[in-house]
Design a protein around this ligand. Structure first.
Ligand SMILES: *[C@@H]1O[C@H](CO)[C@@H](O)[C@H](O)[C@H]1NC(C)=O
Ligand SMILES: *[C@@H]1O[C@H](CO)[C@@H](O)[C@H](O)[C@H]1NC(C)=O
Length: 280
């Protein structure tokens, strides 16, 4: 009991709130109650906010790359990053019909992510973020049926897609909420616009065991026509990146109070009460 009490005291001193699930002390971090050293705090009502916020989010991303222990407990490393299995189905949207299942997927390159601009709306605290990734590689096992660039595919095996000079415009919706005297972001929705500067790909066994020669020439064709290839795969790639980042951002922002990013953020009561008044 004494040992457990001491542990508790020292943890609180470190600024962490620990939750003891039971006497056998199964613990898990709930959220930060003290600002971590790597964080830079900004004020939204000051003129240089966008510049400050851009640098603040960059620092957060750099730290994610180095490893924030409480985040690693839930997502593992940020680079390489293990992705959850993805099931994708798209029917009759233009010329594209594609069904794909991606498993054992790993993304590399996220630690080189550059935040070019981070804007936060004072109206609803949604975000608009410009991101640049020099090289994002997605690699794993695929199962695919459908058509890409009019080529009927039905295969399964190892694949990679390497996207170069990737610019992303990310629009994020949030809902503020209160926890332990802090205001937090609940990240509810992400929309991404991807603009790649180049792409390399290889799908093994893309015709399910048929000629290796045809497989090679098809992959060559995809690489030579990478812009069209990317357009065909855009919904699949976008969904993969959106789902992955939404998951990470939700976890990060349930852990770190919004006050540590935006010092003068209103409480949820203040923000949403004001909105109600305006409607009436
Ligand atoms: C993907 O997985 C689902 C569920 O296991 C299955 O119904 C579907 O046929 C699979 N798609 C492909 C292209 O293999
Ligand atoms: C965050 O939003 C989702 C719905 O978008 C909701 O289900 C969840 O309860 C919210 N979490 C908190 C802590 O407010």
């Amino acid at each position: 009991m004494l040992k457990s009490a001491l542990l508790r005291t020292s943890a609180v001193l470190k600024g962490l709130l620990l939750v003891f699930a039971c006497l056998s002390s199964v613990r898990s971090l709930e959220y930060y109650t003290e600002k971590p050293d790597f964080m830079q705090t900004c004020r939204i009502n000051e003129p240089e906010f966008v510049k400050c916020s851009t640098s603040s989010i960059q620092k957060l991303m750099d730290q994610l790359g180095k490893g924030i222990p409480e985040i690693m407990e839930v997502i593992g490393t940020f680079d390489p990053l293990k992705l959850k299995p993805i099931q994708f189905a798209q029917d009759n949207q233009g010329a594209v019909t594609l069904h794909a299942n991606l498993t054992e997927m790993v993304a590399t390159g996220l630690s080189k992510l550059v935040i070019k601009e981070s804007k936060v709306s004072k109206k609803d605290y949604s975000w608009e973020t410009k991101i640049y990734i020099p090289k994002l590689r997605l690699e794993g096992q695929y199962k695919m049926a459908g058509r890409i660039l009019l080529i009927p595919l039905n295969g399964a095996g190892h694949m990679f897609i390497e996207i170069e000079k990737l610019n992303i415009l990310m629009r994020t919706k949030t809902r503020l909420y209160e926890k332990g005297g802090f205001t937090f972001y609940n990240v509810t929705k992400i929309r991404m616009d991807l603009a790649p500067g180049g792409l390399k790909t290889n799908f093994e066994n893309i015709f399910n065991g048929n000629s290796k020669e045809v497989e090679r020439s098809t992959n060559l064709f995809f690489n030579e026509n990478w812009r069209d290839f990317f357009e065909a795969l855009r919904p699949l790639v976008t969904e993969t990146v959106e789902t992955t980042l939404l998951d990470i951002l939700q976890k990060v922002f349930h852990l770190i109070p919004a006050n540590f990013f935006v010092e003068d953020i209103p409480t949820s009561e203040q923000l949403y009460a004001k909105k109600k008044e305006k409607k009436e």
